[in-house]
Design a protein around this ligand. Structure first.
Ligand code: HEC
Length: 157
């Protein structure tokens, strides 16, 4: 093998070992979810991280050059709009970890209504953020975050 090939093989091995380690780390610190549980978990993670950056921008722990309120508000509104369909698969009695309570599917109309409200409230906030109007931003942000706790209190273990 010439040295270029050796380097390439070494790099490929390092990459695959890295991937294997990452995979193990994920498996070790998370309980196994079913595919449906994993999918909705991941949309909630998009909600979480966009909301976290919005919080940092509003609290001004992010500098103006880092912060893009309208950009993250748009990501949050999109993630919120995608959340209801992620919960459509009824996973009551499934094998695998979930924090979704059975009541979601026993009370689907109530849960779906909350998801619709969440999508509407985050859309109103994203539109306000895009306009840059501070009064509108202030008037819409509170509603966005009320949705999280009120739904989790009822439907998340
Ligand atoms: C209408 C209901 C509802 C709304 C609104 C909602 N969530 Fe959730 N969220 C859930 C449910 C149910 C779960 C559990 C999902 C599972 O484990 O399968 C969850 C899980 C999560 C998780 C953990 C990920 C997981 O699956 O373990 C985070 C983080 C999260 N939500 C953040 C948020 C934030 C932040 C907001 C508001 C900006 C929000 N959620 C709004 C219902 C909601």
């Amino acid at each position: 093998m010439n040295s270029r090939k050796v380097k390439m093989v070494t790099a490929a091995c390092a990459l695959s070992i890295g991937i294997a380690f990452t995979g193990n780390a994920i498996a070790a610190d998370k309980k196994e979810r079913s595919p449906a549980s994993q999918y909705r978990h991941d949309v909630m993670e998009v909600v979480k991280y966009s909301a976290a950056n919005i919080g940092q921008i509003l609290r001004k722990t992010a500098t103006p050059e880092e912060g893009d309120l309208a950009g993250y508000a748009e990501i949050l509104a999109n993630a919120a709009a995608l959340s209801k369909s992620a919960f459509k698969p009824d996973t009551r009695g499934q094998d695998g970890f979930t924090e979704a309570k059975d009541d979601i599917w026993a009370n689907w109309d109530d849960f779906a209504g909350r998801m619709d409200k969440f999508a509407n409230d985050t859309r109103a906030f994203a539109d306000a953020a895009k306009s840059g109007d501070q009064a509108k931003i202030g008037a819409t942000v509170g509603e966005v975050f009320k949705n999280c706790k009120s739904c989790h209190d009822k439907y998340q273990d």
